[in-house]
Design a protein around this ligand. Structure first.
Ligand SMILES: [Fe+2]
Ligand SMILES: [Fe+2]
Length: 188
């Protein structure tokens, strides 16, 4: 873990590294709260933005190594999670699919996320350096009910992207609808 940490530190800007440490801290707290594997969430947290320093061209090249990612090249910044999962496997030797998926979907989410994926997604959104209007509410909700917190965060993200006239990946809408359906059925 220390080796991953020092490698990541040397790859990213100080500001981004601070963000990574914030995500790791919250991911450990959430893993303790919900009984997830601490080692897995730590690895996912430390590596989730490992492709962030690359150019979009390099990210697309990384995605081209993976058959399943070839159709995502047009999505610009959104593909950094996809590129990151390929890079985490290549450079850091991560083979655990749950960790790789947590890295891959940390920005856009997806329906049926595992607990490790949910924790990585949410920790990225609420780590201590994040500062947006509803963040305190989502931070609180995260420890009460992780699904409700993700639903709330997805609503916020979608509203934000619409206001900015930015692309919304269909996964984010699908994840939101999946969680909303669970709420309506009284499952969360
Ligand atoms: Fe990210
Ligand atoms: Fe991040």
């Amino acid at each position: 873990m220390d080796k991953i940490k020092s490698d990541i530190k040397s790859m990213l800007t100080p500001k981004r590294y601070k963000h990574i440490l914030g995500v790791e801290e919250v991911a450990i707290e959430l893993a303790s709260r919900y009984g997830a594997n601490i080692e897995k969430v730590r690895k996912a947290a430390l590596l989730h933005d490992c492709s962030k320093q690359f150019t979009i061209t390099k990210m697309r090249e990384l995605c081209d190594c993976d058959e399943t990612l070839k159709n995502y090249g047009h999505l610009g910044e959104l593909i950094h999670g996809f590129a990151g999962s390929v890079y985490a496997k290549m450079k850091f030797g991560i083979t655990d699919q749950e960790i790789l998926d947590a890295i891959r979907y940390h920005t856009i989410g997806r329906r049926d996320m595992s607990l490790v994926e949910k924790i990585t997604y949410l920790a990225d959104a609420i780590e201590p350096n994040r500062d947006y209007a509803d963040v305190e509410h989502i931070r609180h909700l995260a420890f009460e009910n992780i699904d409700m917190a993700i639903l709330h965060e997805a609503d916020r993200k979608i509203e934000y992207l619409i206001k900015r006239e930015a692309v919304i990946h269909p996964n984010t809408v699908d994840m939101r609808n999946w969680l909303l359906a669970k709420v309506k059925r009284g499952e969360i």
